[in-house]
Design a protein around this ligand. Structure first.
Ligand code: FE2
Length: 165
């Protein structure tokens, strides 16, 4: 084993810094909406009621877990490029487009409608990121494409509980 005398360097400034700040610009709103989805998804998990209780209760926990994983994926892409990311509670509350769900117990169809609406808000930010990152950084675009694929699937799983056909 050889001694390493030179510490690893932080990512370089210049052109890379422009890429990093562009990536942060598109991924930060994605982080905010996914954190909001995780918080309000948990609220729905706790308060859902109705004939499909156990299926929806358990599915909502999966949606929450996915949202947390994807928030982590998007945030860490920004950090990997050398910039901080603002995922603080107040920043999420101020910047997210999430609508506050009703307090207390909810029939399953209303709980699902609320969570699907939040998925749609997150998907909108993800779509903007996919478009904006197209030329800027294909590696970051790949992150949001992966998130979009998962959000679409979770939306389908949830929506299918209330779809009439
Ligand atoms: Fe639980």
């Amino acid at each position: 084993m050889t001694d390493t005398k030179i510490a690893p360097k932080a990512p370089k400034a210049g052109a890379n810094a422009d890429v990093a700040s562009g990536v942060a610009q598109f991924l930060t709103p994605v982080v905010h909406e996914l954190v909001a989805l995780a918080v309000n998804g948990k609220q729905a998990h706790w308060h859902v009621r109705g004939v499909n209780f156990i299926a929806v209760h358990e599915l909502l926990d999966e949606v929450v877990a996915h949202a947390q994983d994807w928030a982590d994926l998007a945030a860490e892409r920004v950090v990997a490029l050398g910039l901080p990311v603002d995922g603080r509670l107040k920043s999420v509350a101020d910047k997210s487009g999430a609508v506050n769900p009703k307090l207390g117990f909810q029939p399953y169809d209303e709980a699902i409608a609320d969570v699907v609406a939040q998925i749609d808000i997150a998907a909108e930010k993800v779509a903007e990121a996919i478009e904006g990152l197209d030329e800027l950084d294909p590696v970051s675009q790949d992150v949001v494409i992966e998130i979009r694929r998962g959000l679409d699937k979770d939306r389908w799983f949830l929506f299918s509980h209330v779809a009439v056909k």
